[in-house]
Ligand binder design. Sequence first.
Ligand code: TNX
Length: 618
Amino acid sequence: MKKLLFLLLLVVATDVFAKGDDPYMGIIPAPVSIKKFKGEFKLTSETLVLTDSGEHKAIKFFARYLKKTGLGGSITDINVFDKNHRNIKNSITVVTNFTGDLPPEGYELTVDGDHVVLHGRGPGLFYGIQTLVQLIQYKPGASSAAIPFVAIMDYPRFGYRGMHLDVARHFFDVDFVKKYLDLMAAYKLNTFHWHLSDDQGWRIEIKKYPKLTEVGSMRAQTKIGRAGIDTGLYDNTPYGGFYTQEQIQEVVAYASERYITVVPEIDMPGHSMAAIAAYPELSCDPTKSYKVAETWGGFTDNVLCPTEENFKMIDEILQEVLGLFPGKYMHVGGDECNKTAWKASEFCRQLIIDRELKDENGLQSYFISRIERFVNSQGHSIIGWDEILEGGLAPNATVMSWRGEAGGIAAAKQGHDVIMSPGTAGMYFDHAQSKSTQEPLSIGGFAPLAKTYKYDPVPSELSRDEQKHIIGVQGNLWTEYIATPEKAEYMLLPRMLALAEVAWTPTANKNYKNFSEERVPHNLARLEVQGYNFRVPVAIGAEDTVISKAKYNADLQPSVEGATIHYTIDGYAPRETDVPYIAPLEIVVPDKKTIDFKTIVVTPSGKRSIVTDTKIEN
Ligand code: TNX
């Protein structure tokens, strides 16, 4: 009997967990408008996919999905003007040739009765497919899958929805970059900012200057631990890697299939130690010897010297880079440029006088403007970090605001386009996700999921017209302390899901409780099946705190659908071998005693959350 009761409890508990009444039906980012209806469409291998263009990227994506899952019906070309296809039962109609009234990148999706119908404008059709895929209740191995009845109309808040990856501090191979792009596409992000050069490594093959990769892509060893903490320890292991031009093209094509534009970054004039190690003449003092940086943080002699020979060389390098990236933007860095080497240089001092520049900041501005002139001449536009404001903005530059929002606000007021990416507002995914000492080594800042989610990229101090210059938002993944794909995914997820909603969803539709308690658990469960790593959030309702009470009611839910919460009250850290939490608990604490209620979430594949500790004192 006891056993039966236990089982019953279990069933009731899991049912409660599965039954959330999520108005957004698990979709991330939350759509603009969504209406739920009773009933489901059944997707089977008999389902016909009807389209006016089998070659459209959205259809090709869907065909791959159907093939991979084994669910899929056959793709049939139709004439959109022949309305008879509406009478074909068990069909999914995807119309690329849509002339109706939809905002850019918008789509409309209806699932009802025997039909799924999707319309989209440009990339909107692809985003409609992403939403459809999120709605498909697919269990690996099953021969059919339900799609709940729904009507959605959707389009993005911002045109630039970016995610950055630093491959200079640590290198990530093409397979990982593709996996990263898959994730971005699934959550409707459309710009991949690829940080290809820095002090610690040059990662892109340049045919005319082979030493950039021969020398610049390798460092002799890597500092152990965080910058600024002098451990005096190094790992004694050479480290390197770079992409050939063919590999770069492969990534650009892969991204383009998913409506993702790749923005390459070559960081200048600072952050250039790897290039200078390869070609010391790029520095202001070529007599010195340079090596690819082996530690993190700022450097004084990593700055390119603004000589005519160097501009010629940089232009030639950029010409090769731009030839590989068809997108509008090239990111030229411009951040954290230490001016010490310029101050010490006779040449630079004279140049400041000759060009009637104010000081070294003026020289930085001159440098960026020269680069901009070249990039513009090749038909592209530059983006730079907000330091490019100092000393005057290059005429057509877009500013990426990372040191808070001040740079972005100033640039928008000057009529420049802005991408918001403030480290202070949760856009830096190299920051820790909680204050617990159980988090892995990170750069030091603090960016929990809620902070990322709550960010609004449009500052209220801008006028309506100035606000139009905020073209989008970006999350950054700097990798000083991220050496593996697993850790990159841990730092990225679930925060990237919050970023997606910041970038796409109208503010009025955002709801952190629904996002974090309903949709994140659902999406993390799906991502686990797809083989992604992520930070498992702590159990919903678990409090890491000290409470004065005689009785404590623990009412928890797993943070990942299908995961189990385990707990202890004996002071030890819980693990999967401890008691599972299946229903609300009442913990009674005797007078003048303390009970430590500790929880952990363990996912079906064995990923673990950090341990929470609620100390209940009476
Ligand atoms: C600042 S953000 C940098 C990077 C570091 C990052 C670490 C920016 C433009 N520059 O070089 O990796 O902080 O959070």
